[in-house]
Structure formats: structure tokens, C-alpha cells
Design a protein around this ligand. Structure first.
Ligand SMILES: [Zn+2]
Length: 374
């Protein structure tokens, strides 16, 4: 099975060339990461993929570019701007065009093309660090204008998002009145995100039609919430890499299932209308995952069962029909071999790891060599 690694250096192995040759020796076939890592991998006879962010850039650091909640309050999220700002998107496509011209590479993978997830907002002291509240974005004037131009009921979606915010902040709200608006909001997130991802894919193919297009995408449990549609992208993406991180140990972990779901539960704890059982039932309903047993956000935070890797891979397999499915899993997963096995059983074509770590690479070398040879 084809194995990928994200990156090829760490604090112990600073020499990229050595990192790449060791990966090759173990049987890895692909490296994703910076343009220089991808180029070096290509020079070593491996497949090199350049990874790029989406809604960032040196000229967009002013607060004017931040996403806004339904009342116009600014929110930082994932070091990104409002996800629909025209100049930011154009800058990203220019950057993609430049990266796609990297000699010898096999393709370009986009990361962070989405709206804020519950765990994307920083919990800090900054005026715009609002933690999970960053999820309730973006309703800036440009997003409202864009939503209208795309045929969405912008006012209804903003009102509904505001009422959902009130609900999880303890106010009595009958959410059933706002389902239409919430649906419009999610559909706008999807349409606006798909639009940029199509432009990304077109840009890559314009530079070189032989290049592969890929995406680091939220797992099926969370992808709809952030506007990433597996189905929409099928004509455009050659490679899907769902980020199936089940036991991420760091405090901040956007996209990581254990962190995102734990933050969702904490958010729902804000509503006195929901008891413990109702909260987990609601979260199971939203994500389609069986989450009984994870009622306590702290338990959830410690990590989800490794079998969920299989279920998330299976669902991604269904929705990415006909395309290469290369889930990216945690390289420091204490049950790495089982996580790999579950990925395989879920229907993955290839497996990718986040992120390069020379110690784990040596510890797990026999397991990886076996997997690569299969
Ligand atoms: Zn906006």
C-alpha cells in the first residue's frame, strides 16, 4: 500500500535529504509539504506534493479581513481571513499557480479551504480570540452580499445563526423555528467553499494538466459543518485526504475529531434545555457517529475509539467514489498499527501520516515496511 508522509524533518532530523532517503528506504512513496520538501522528494524519485493553505497572506493581517459573527463582531479563526474575501481568494490562486510550477512535483494539495469549525477559534486574551464562538461566522457585509448573489436567504441564515448562538449561550430559543435559516447557512458555506475549491483545481490544471489536485478535508462527521462537500468535489479533486485524527493530544486541534467533538459538547452544555443524554444524542445525530459513552467532554477529549477511523474512512470512501482516498492519520497515535488497519478496512487506497517524527519513524519502521510492501 502506498504510504505518504507530511513533512520530512523534525527537531531531531533537521536534514531534509536524510529524512527523505530514510522514508524511501522504509518504503514510503510520497511526501507532502513545503515546495522545497516536495521538490527534494521528486529529486529522490519519490512523489512530491506541495501543500498550500487557503485564506491567508501577508497583506491580509489587518482586523478588517477577519470573519464576523451575526452582530458584526470580529473573530479570529485558524489564522485565516473571512473565507469569501475576493482579494484573499485571488491571492491564494496566484500562490497556487506559483506552487504548481515547482519542478518535478506530482500535485498540489489545499488545506484550510472552509469556514470556521467549533475548534478553530483561538482561546486567548486577544480582543478577537473568541474560542468556539468563531464557529458562528461569517456574516460580514461581503459574505452577506455574496450569499444574496448566490441565491441564499442571507437575512434568514444570519438570524438563525444568531439564535443558535443564543441557544448555546443559555437563552431560551425554540430552534425548530430556525431550521430553514440554519440549512441556508450550511448550504451557503458549502456553495462558497466549493466555488473556491473548483477555482483551485482549475488553476492547478491550467499550469499543468498532468498534476494531481488534492485536499486535506474534514472527516465526513464534520465536513458539512465547515462547508466541505465530498460529493461536490468529485469532478475536481484527484485525491481526498480526510484528516482522521482521533486522539490529538494538544490543547488546540482544529479538524481533530476528539477536540472538535469535545468542544461541540462543551458548547451544547451552555444550553439548560439539553441534559447530558440529549446533548450526546444531538451530537450523534449531527455527526452520524455512535457517541454513547462519550457524554463527558473530558473523556471525549482523551480520544475516540480506533474503530471510528474505519467508519470515517468508509464514509469518505462512499462519497469520494472513483477518486484516490488517502486518509491522513496521526503518526503519534499510540495504536498506530490498528489505526492503519482500520483505515485499510474502511476502504482507503493509500495512507498518509501527520506529521514526520524521526523517533516514531524508527520505532514503527517494521510496521511501516510491512504496510508499504502489501
Ligand atoms: Zn465574510
Amino acid at each position: 500500500m502506498k504510504l505518504w508522509m507530511y513533512g520530512c524533518t523534525d527537531e531531531h532530523q533537521k536534514d531534509a535529504a536524510k529524512g527523505i532517503s530514510r522514508l524511501k528506504e522504509i518504503g514510503f512513496s510520497a511526501v507532502a509539504g513545503s515546495a522545497s520538501a516536495a521538490r527534494m522528494a521528486a529529486e529522490e524519485g519519490m512523489e512530491g506534493y506541495v501543500a498550500s493553505g487557503a485564506y491567508r497572506g501577508p497583506d491580509f493581517r489587518s482586523d478588517d479581513y477577519l470573519a464576523q459573527d451575526p452582530w458584526g463582531n470580529k473573530c479570529r479563526w485558524f489564522s485565516s481571513t473571512c473565507p469569501t474575501r475576493k482579494e484573499v481568494r485571488e491571492y491564494n490562486l496566484e500562490q497556487i499557480r506559483r506552487l504548481a510550477a515547482t519542478p518535478g512535483i506530482k500535485g498540489v494539495i489545499i488545506d484550510g479551504a472552509r469556514f470556521s469549525s467549533p475548534s478553530s477559534g483561538p482561546v486567548g486574551d486577544g480582543p478577537h480570540d473568541r474560542g468556539t464562538d468563531a464557529f458562528f461566522t461569517c456574516f460580514c457585509p461581503e459574505c452577506m452580499k455574496k450569499a444574496r448573489s448566490m441565491g441564499f436567504d442571507a437575512d434568514e441564515m444570519r438570524t438563525a445563526a444568531g439564535r443558535l448562538y443564543d441557544f448555546v449561550h443559555g437563552k431560551p430559543v425554540n430552534l425548530t423555528w430556525y431550521m430553514y435559516g440554519l440549512h441556508q447557512w450550511m448550504e451557503f458555506r458549502r456553495a462558497a467553499t466549493t466555488e473556491h475549491l473548483i477555482n483551485f483545481a482549475r488553476t492547478v490544471k491550467e499550469v499543468n494538466p498532468e498534476l494531481k489536485t488534492g485536499i486535506f478535508i474534514f472527516t465526513p462527521a464534520l465536513s458539512d459543518l465547515v462547508g466541505q462537500s465530498y460529493r461536490d468535489l468529485r469532478p475536481w479533486m484527484d485525491i481526498y485526504s480526510p484528516m482522521i485524527y482521533r486522539c490529538y493530544p494538544e490543547e488546540s486541534g482544529p479538524a481533530c475529531l476528539n477536540v472538535e467533538l469535545s468542544d461541540c459538547l462543551k458548547m451544547l452544555q451552555g444550553s439548560p434545555a439539553l441534559d447530558e443524554e440529549a446533548r450526546i444524542r444531538l451530537l450523534s445525530g449531527i455527526t452520524g457517529l455512535e457517541l454513547t459513552g462519550y457524554e463527558d467532554p473530558e473523556i471525549m477529549r482523551q480520544g475516540l475509539d480506533v474503530s471510528l477511523v474505519r467508519e470515517e474512512t468508509r464514509r469518505a470512501r462512499v462519497m469520494s467514489l472513483g477518486r484516490t482516498l488517502a486518509p491522513i492519520i496521526e503518526f503519534d497515535d499510540p495504536k498506530l498499527e490498528s489505526a492503519m488497519e482500520n483505515t485499510r478496512k474502511g476502504g482507503a487506497d493509500e495512507i498518509s501520516f501527520f506529521a514526520y517524527n524521526s523517533e516514531i519513524l524508527e520505532q514503527q519502521a517494521p510496521v511501516l515496511e510491512r504496510a508499504a510492501a502489501e
